[in-house]
Design a protein around this ligand. Structure first.
Ligand SMILES: *Cc1c(COP(=O)(O)O)cnc(C)c1O
Length: 368
């Protein structure tokens, strides 16, 4: 049996670089609640990402829930079924009815043309996802939102560092959320963030993530505990120094896959888009079973038998999980493209320490 290759492996900073940070934390005895490293990480992330205001969180799900609270979203929200479950769960936790709209076959993100048809008098917002870090059609989505007076909250969990014509993708819509989970390109073990565009909103978010406390004895909202601690903020500062190198390595892996799989009949993949700074967070391939001569699941299990643990992200669709499948908008007829994509996708291993030999082995299995 060959050694196992997982779909991802966390970006870990050198341990010896972490020790001095820990020493500082031990010396100060300030281990959470807006400490020095927490403030420094927010500053450094604003610089790195090219955003004005960011609030860091304990994971990537609480900022989704908090964004909806901060903007007082209610009623119905239009969202994509082709994502990780947390996107829709955040709506549910706010008592909001998710309304699924199909994806565009090119971007794999919410299809702006179909959004308009799903709007009702109860619709208050749109929650799209930049899936695999590929930008949504931001202009068309904003146009629909403006026409109907809707807020736009992007789940940008996959889009760390992504830019469009030099501008951070996080600067579009009313807010964007990030995840710094171990499996994402940039991690703080667990962690996340909420990006907004003005100081008052940042203030409100900071209250909300700290139980609603606006002072020692004043609580201004039913907040939650979403704070990031000093250990993970320090770890995050360190990983920020290594993330560009990791992205460069991932880019080379993506290049190798693309060159090798270009002529394999029945296998397709996403290309780079001109003007976009990609982050290579995932490498999804799509299997056309009649052309390839094998179903997606057959290839998935063949890889698995060879120790290669690709993942079927995103399958099943969120709309197929028991919590959501009873909704009218969850029907297969409403989501033909999302269903087709979910039934053909495999995400191949891609991470900063994946070596050429392993990439070659994966390619050989797909080609054989
Ligand atoms: C990872 C992820 C989340 C959740 O982030 P956590 O940090 O795991 O809570 C939300 N949305 C999407 C699209 C994700 O991939």
């Amino acid at each position: 049996m060959n050694k196992q290759i997982t779909v991802t492996s966390p970006l870990l900073p050198p341990l010896e670089e972490f020790i001095p940070y820990l020493q500082k934390i031990w010396d100060s005895k300030w281990i959470t609640n807006n400490g020095q490293f927490h403030r420094e990480l927010e500053e450094k992330l604003c610089e790195y990402l090219g955003v004005k205001y960011i609030s860091i969180f304990t994971n990537g799900t609480i900022p989704l829930i908090t964004a909806l609270q901060a903007l007082r979203i209610t009623g119905e929200v239009i969202t994509t079924p082709y994502s990780f479950v947390a996107t829709t769960h955040a709506l549910w936790w706010n008592g909001i009815k998710p309304v699924f709209v199909d994806i565009d076959s090119k971007t794999l993100n919410l299809d702006p043309e179909k959004i308009e048809r799903a709007i009702t008098p109860k619709t208050t917002a749109i929650m799209p996802v930049h899936v695999y870090g590929y930008p949504c059609n931001i202009d068309a989505i904003q146009e629909v939102a403006d026409k109907y007076g809707l807020k736009v909250i992007y789940d940008a969990a996959h889009a760390f560092g992504v830019r469009v014509n030099g501008e951070s993708i996080l600067n579009y819509g009313d807010m964007s959320t990030l995840s710094f989970h171990a499996t994402k390109i940039y991690n703080t073990v667990e962690g996340g963030a909420l990006v907004c565009h003005d100081e008052k909103t940042k203030q409100r978010i900071d209250y909300l993530k700290n139980f609603g406390f606006a002072g020692e004895t004043e609580v201004v909202a039913p907040g939650i505990n979403g704070k990031m601690d000093e250990m993970r903020a320090a770890y995050g500062l360190l990983n920020l120094k290594h993330v560009d190198e990791a992205i460069m390595h991932r880019q080379n892996v993506a290049k190798a896959y693309r060159v090798a799989l270009k002529d394999v009949e029945g296998i397709s993949f996403l290309d780079d888009i001109e003007g976009v700074r990609h982050n290579y967070s995932y490498f999804p391939i799509f299997v056309d079973e009649t052309q390839y001569g094998m179903t997606r699941d057959e290839l998935y299990f063949k890889l698995k038998d060879n120790g290669i643990l690709g993942r079927r992200y995103f399958y099943p669709l969120i709309s197929d999980f028991s919590t959501y499948r009873g909704l009218d908008s969850a029907s297969k007829d409403n989501l033909p493209i999302a269903n087709k994509v979910a039934n053909s996708v495999i995400c191949l291993p891609i991470y900063n320490t994946l070596n050429n030999e392993d990439v070659e082995r994966i390619i050989e299995i797909i080609k054989a």
